[in-house]
Design a protein around this ligand. Structure first.
Ligand SMILES: [Cu+2]
Length: 462
């Protein structure tokens, strides 16, 4: 059942851009070298000239195993590193819908539990410039793409901008998409996934910034860490480190990798809205199971929100509906994370932590902390100053990893990952790639395996 449609696109240097890529003002790349495709991987190039991106950005596209097509512009910012803009998805046979104007990292804070070190790796060191590493075939099994890598700002002001092979575009097996045995037939299919990644070396750590685009319309931003433990952050305090040498010696200090991503949503165009879903047991029971009530709450204004059990958020386009008449939306699924409170936000009072925050788009609001602009230093400032209805949402998604070193972290450290998922919710009326025989399966079925529902006796299992 595996269906693989590979985009056939030109392997040509990018022509000068004819129009803006539509990215946020803060992320617009400046004048510089044009991007060129690098060596061709086994699965074909993703670089396309069909998409008009801003100068300094490369256009990328990929048609997935589901038949859905992703297209986006990508450039390197000296601070944020890889920045995606105009990220759009075309479901099979449908027009492309712009999902996000702009997606990037907005901060990576690394405080050590010993209290002796705290770094802000995005706003201080930056993931672009000389920190962004050239890649080879060990790091990238797919296509290496050369990009202009500005060392200062967006590159529009200072000198020549080197073009280097810093981006890896890779298509890989995404595992089982579905399996269903019914009506005497098994339908099953695998799926593929498309990853874009860069590596930035900041001190002893090397960070992999990665976005995985799913055949199902999902986007998974994540951050991997490798390189080496800090050689200068060891402690005698057993509460603040763990022995990585013989016996109880050489306690490498525990620390946190506090990452925040910024997503400026598009969903085909505004006004948009944000909702939070919560569900809780009622304390009562039905005939066989507890009664649980869940509901969506409209978040009318900029706000900080915390992760609790069964809670999730979605950004929706109330005026753009799928064939079922449901507003198209994307769900923010945090998955596993170590919640954190950014140290730089501590002056905002005892309760200043957020797992997800929403604000209206402001081109000046780029970083989660250390923004150092008239529009505020960071997310709590942005939320506090934003009284307008929340209709042009930016999501600030905080995903932490409290790293207690282990022997296997040396040396080099095995890559550890932290991230989250953006999952389409009601983007299409059914799954995008219904297999033969399942077309039109939409809503409550009238029969199951040929038996009318009212004749079905209770089935064991779910
Ligand atoms: Cu670490």
């Amino acid at each position: 059942m595996r269906r693989l449609i590979v985009a056939l696109v030109a392997l040509l240097p990018l022509a000068p851009c004819l129009a803006s890529c539509g990215g946020d003002a803060a992320g617009s790349p400046g004048a510089g070298a044009t991007a060129a495709a690098g060596s061709l991987g086994g699965s074909g190039t993703a670089v396309t000239t069909r998409l008009h991106c801003a100068e300094g950005a490369v256009g990328l596209t990929r048609t997935m195993s589901s038949g859905a097509t992703w297209t986006l512009c990508l450039h390197v910012d000296s601070k944020r590193g890889m920045v995606l803009s105009d990220v759009s998805l075309a479901a099979p046979g449908a027009k492309a819908l712009t999902i996000a104007h702009d997606i990037s990292l907005a901060q990576l804070e690394v405080p050590y539990d010993t209290g002796t070190r705290l770094t802000e790796d995005i706003t201080s060191a930056g993931f672009g410039g000389v920190k962004m590493q050239d890649l080879g075939t060990e790091e990238c099994a797919g296509e290496l793409v050369a990009l202009p890598v500005p060392t200062i700002g967006d590159g529009s002001t200072f000198g020549d901008i080197p073009t280097r092979k810093v981006l890896c575009s890779e298509v890989s097996d995404g595992g089982l998409a579905y399996r269903s045995a019914a009506n005497g037939e098994v339908v099953a299919a695998r799926k593929d996934q498309w990853t874009l990644s860069t590596v930035s070396k900041v001190g002893w750590y090397e960070y992999v910034s990665r976005y995985t685009f799913g055949a199902d319309g999902s986007i998974v931003p994540d951050l991997g860490a490798t390189g080496d433990l800090s050689p200068v952050d060891y402690t005698d305090d057993a509460a603040r480190g763990s022995a990585v040498g013989g016996g109880t010696h050489d306690r490498a200090a525990s620390h946190s990798h506090n990452a925040v991503w910024r997503i400026h949503w598009a969903l085909g165009g505004g006004p948009l809205a944000v909702e939070q879903y919560d569900a809780a047991p009622t304390g009562r029971r039905g005939p066989k199971a507890p009664l649980i009530d869940g509901r969506l709450t409209h978040l009318a204004h900029a706000t900080e929100a915390e992760r609790v059990s069964r809670r999730w958020w979605r950004v929706l386009a109330p005026r753009t509906t799928n064939a079922d008449g449901h507003p198209v939306s994307y769900e923010i699924d945090l998955g596993a994370t170590d919640p954190f409170e950014l140290d730089e936000d501590r002056e905002h009072g005892a309760r200043h932590g957020y797992d997800v925050a929403f604000t209206n788009f402001d081109a000046c609001q780029v970083f989660a902390t250390g923004n150092d602009q008239s529009c505020g230093d960071g997310v709590p400032d942005y939320v506090a100053s934003d009284a307008a209805p929340l209709t042009d949402p930016v999501s600030w998604v905080a995903v932490g990893f409290h790293h207690v070193p282990r022997d296997e972290d040396q040396s080099p450290m095995e890559l550890h990952w932290q991230g989250f998922r953006l999952v389409p919710r009601d983007l299409t009326a059914t799954r995008m790639d219904e297999p033969a025989g399942r077309e039109g399966g939409n809503g409550k079925p009238r029969t199951y395996e040929g038996v009318p529902l009212d004749e079905l006796t209770d089935l064991p299992g779910s």
